[in-house]
Design a protein. Structure first.
Length: 137
């Protein structure tokens, strides 16, 4: 079965995924494609950082797939699952969001003006910018 994984603003189709209730098991290849974390003997690693897996083997199934949801929960990442469409979205951890807020740096974005011209926040770096947001609801 395939599942769509939304992780760090990337979307990856995991062709060999297995859904089990609120758990998503993915192959090591799909894990690396979706998250950048690589399965190694010392655990899950991204660059020089490694997170050991439990010795009881609870994060691996009989086919060597990794429980991506357990990994995400370990790092405090919220998970949203659309069962009907097999979509799994993994949000940023609360600590990462807190660090972003404390930096006082707005994330870059690009939006059109009323004439359809695109403007990015980064185009105005070093200048004062007034942002006005409005919604009809």
């Amino acid at each position: 079965m395939s599942a769509t994984i939304l992780y760090d603003r990337e979307a990856v189709i995991a062709d060999d995924a297995r859904e089990d209730g609120d758990r998503l098991w993915v192959s090591a290849e799909d894990l690396a494609s979706a998250t950048g974390w690589v399965l190694k003997p010392e655990g899950l690693c991204k660059g020089e950082v490694c997170s050991p897996l439990p010795a009881d083997g609870s994060w691996l199934d009989t086919e060597g797939r990794v429980d991506l949801t357990a990994f995400a929960r370990r790092f405090g990442r919220p998970i949203v699952h659309d069962e009907e469409h097999s979509i799994w979205a993994f949000g940023e951890s609360a600590s990462a969001r807190r660090d972003d807020l404390l930096s006082l740096q707005a994330p870059d974005f690009t939006l059109p003006d009323l004439d359809g011209n695109m403007h990015s926040l980064s185009d105005y770096r070093g200048k004062k910018v007034f942002l006005y947001a409005w919604a009809s609801w």
